[in-house]
Write a protein of this length. Structure first.
Length: 167
């Protein structure tokens, strides 16, 4: 099982999480607060608790540092849930649940610290405003398959005209 206490140097920490030990330690305390806030929001908004806080079965990821290592490792390497579960000593379903919970907590933590990057740019004007001081902007894109409509009229509307013969 991968554990925070077994990681001894910056190189290994960077390889597993993308952060060095100092940055990891600096993020651990605010992340613990983010986890606590996320848990409180989950139980008060979605459903009431069945047990008091701290009751029930104890999880494998006990400390906030272990939880942070778990989510950063997942985000850095994107293993399958089978591999992630085997690496951290969880079941597949719990690995999936924990990824979703801890990703929300990490996002909340980064938003509070003010270091969360802007994700959605709605218009060209907004993109030009965001990247005004960048002299050259390179965009890397991946082609994705697009669903082809079954209705003939819809297909004709989506057709680019690329293979029409020029007359």
């Amino acid at each position: 099982m991968l554990d925070v206490d077994t990681i001894t140097d910056d190189r290994q920490m960077r390889a597993l999480t993308g952060l060095d030990l100092a940055a990891f330690c600096d993020l651990a305390e605010p992340f613990a607060q983010g986890c606590q806030e996320e848990a409180e929001a989950r139980f008060t908004d979605q459903r009431p608790r069945k047990r008091k806080a701290g009751g029930g079965r104890k999880g494998v990821l006990v400390s906030p540092q272990q939880k942070l290592l778990f989510i950063l490792y997942y985000l850095k390497t994107y293993p399958t849930f089978d591999v992630l579960a085997a690496t951290f000593g969880l079941s597949r379903s719990k690995a999936c649940e924990r990824v979703h919970q801890l990703a929300k907590a990490l996002e909340r933590t980064l938003r509070i610290q003010g270091v969360l990057p802007a994700r959605a740019i709605a218009s060209l004007a907004q993109m030009q405003q965001v990247f005004a001081d960048v002299p050259v902007l390179l965009l890397d894109a991946t082609e994705r398959p697009q669903h082809r409509p079954q209705a003939v009229l819809d297909r004709a509307a989506d057709y680019s005209g690329k293979k029409k013969a020029d007359a």
